[in-house]
Design a protein around this ligand. Structure first.
Ligand code: ZN
Length: 305
């Protein structure tokens, strides 16, 4: 199998956002594209691997957040874009997505993600849960895996899984952490989705943040699941006792950073740069608004004093 991790080098930062290229008998299948702002970097890496942008015939999106799908409309010139049913309308008309992202990122949108444009309707192909796309010599199966976003798929072929964000962020020699983001964090679904990935028993797991998971995948999934449960419970207690959003941001950043440092302490690494990489891939402040929204929406009785 010929598979290449393409580094988007978003905002000049290597090793945080990947597009994953799989060579098939009919051109390249790309799993996530990275944001539009890094399209040229992805094409540069594709060329280093011996291909060109026009060789990309299929793009399989884990979900439609801009760091994963922002460049889909660029690749749509030659490629079919596969996506979860709930993601498709927002590729065809990104207005609502832009509006909701602007609430989070404000005037930083263009710098972070580049240009946003619609994917032509005829280029978008919806994949239902368990639907298979035959791309010789592979059969690529989409598996609905909500929790990080309601419109999230992982993709399974042979003994490989492209895990999207539901399978965690793991950078360098750091630990797997769950990227809690608003507005669709759903803890119970997340844990069920981890169980679905575990049941596939993959030999290889590829992450958009970042690359192939080294070492035991079942251990990776165990550590991730434990953090989903423990961190959401940590937030529940803090919200219940009336901790302000500002304090939550700094307390959660401290918690997350200490876990990143602790997990990588036995290896030679620069802790501060590892923490910076995690923050670049998945800003910790987003977990705070995600958790507040989740608890108040789904379990308000648990957080009202
Ligand atoms: Zn992401």
């Amino acid at each position: 199998m010929s598979l290449h991790i393409l580094d988007t080098r978003q905002l000049g930062h290597a090793g945080i956002v990947a597009a994953t290229a799989l060579k098939t008998d009919d051109g390249i299948a790309l799993f996530d594209t990275g944001p539009e702002s890094t399209f040229d970097n992805v094409v540069t890496d594709l060329r280093k691997a011996g291909f060109d942008a026009g060789d990309v015939r299929r793009v399989f999106l884990s979900h439609i957040h801009f760091d994963h799908a922002g460049a889909a409309w660029r690749f749509a010139e030659t490629a079919t874009i596969y996506v979860h049913p709930r993601g498709a309308p927002h590729l065809i008309d990104p207005a609502k997505l832009v509006e909701s992202a602007t609430r989070i990122f404000g005037s930083d949108m263009e710098r972070l993600w580049g240009k946003i444009a619609p994917v032509p309707r005829e280029r978008v192909k919806i994949l239902e849960d368990n639907e298979i796309v035959r791309v010789p010599p592979f059969e690529i199966r989409a598996i609905a895996t909500p929790g990080h976003a309601s419109h999230h798929h992982v993709y399974h072929w042979d003994d490989n899984v492209f895990g999207g964000d539901i399978a965690g962020v793991r950078i360098g020699n750091g630990p797997p952490i769950p990227p809690f983001v608003p507005p669709e964090l759903h803890v119970e679904s997340w844990r069920e989705s981890i169980a679905k990935i575990r049941n596939l028993n993959p030999a290889q797991l590829y992450l958009p943040h970042f690359g192939r998971v080294e070492g035991s995948i079942s251990e990776h999934l165990d550590l991730l699941d434990e953090r989903v449960a423990r961190w959401s419970e940590w937030f529940r207690e803090k919200i219940h006792t009336g901790t302000s959003e500002v304090d939550l941001r700094s307390e959660f950043a401290t918690l997350e950073h200490s876990e990143i440092e602790a997990a990588s302490s036995d290896l030679v690494t620069c802790h501060s740069s590892l923490v910076t990489s995690y923050e670049a891939a998945d800003p910790s402040y987003m977990a705070v608004s995600a958790a507040i929204r989740y608890w108040n929406k789904y379990h308000p009785e648990e957080v009202t004093p």
